[in-house]
Design a protein around this ligand. Sequence first.
Ligand code: SF4
Ligand code: SF4
Ligand code: FES
Length: 252
Amino acid sequence: MSRKINVAIKRQYDQSSGSQWEKFSVDYEPGMNMTTVLQRIAAQPVTSEGKDSTPVAYDACCLEEVCGACSMLINGKVRQACSALVDNLLEDKPDQITLEPMSKFPVVRDLVVDRSFMYNALKKVRAWVPVDGYFDRGAGPKMSPHEQEDMYPLTTCMTCGCCVEACPQINERSNFIGPQAISQGVLFNEHPVGKFEEDERMEALAGAGGIADCGNAQNCVKVCPKNIPLTRSIAKAGKMATKHAFKRFFGS
Ligand code: SF4
Ligand code: SF4
Ligand code: FES
């Protein structure tokens, strides 16, 4: 008899309905990840009790931990399904693997959540380099290798939501923009062209819901799959906010 993997999935039909757990048993295959498991369930959506069900909705795109679309709670920890290897999960919890949608975002269906919160926070901090045309403006300002090395890790953010999920300051009572938006604000403030919009960016970073709302619990940095130095970005944003406050006070 083939080896089975038991998976319990927290399911929800849409944003307004309640959730319930459903259990599935999937044939084990060497090298499987949790996206493969969800694909096998979609191909044959029958519960462990033998009842016909529906394919579990989930997001996925790159399948190599680059796009951030497949973030969910796997055995209670926020991470990407495509890089969660079944063999490793079974070592920790051989009886059953649990899958839940992230809790800080509205559920669209099953494991699919609406991550608009993060994109709106990126808009608030103007996380882009402004361009005023597509004509050739010649070479841009130079950056030293040291500056490039410093900034590169921040560019690997995939808006996956793990840091938002782990941050205790993000909840229904707060309007904190979160660690990812802070880090992206810092990245563009330090960019030689992006820094021309530093003042506008600082309005969001230093204003209500900005850096002052960070409780410094440092949960964010522990869960970031890209190992982005979020606490370093938070410290830099704090210094930028102080500088911005002085600038405003002295009107320069
Ligand atoms: S340091 Fe703590 S409070 Fe601040 S963004 Fe990270 S998890 Fe949230
Ligand atoms: S900072 Fe890290 S955890 Fe947060 S959204 Fe970006 S990649 Fe994900
Ligand atoms: S599918 Fe892109 S990170 Fe998992």
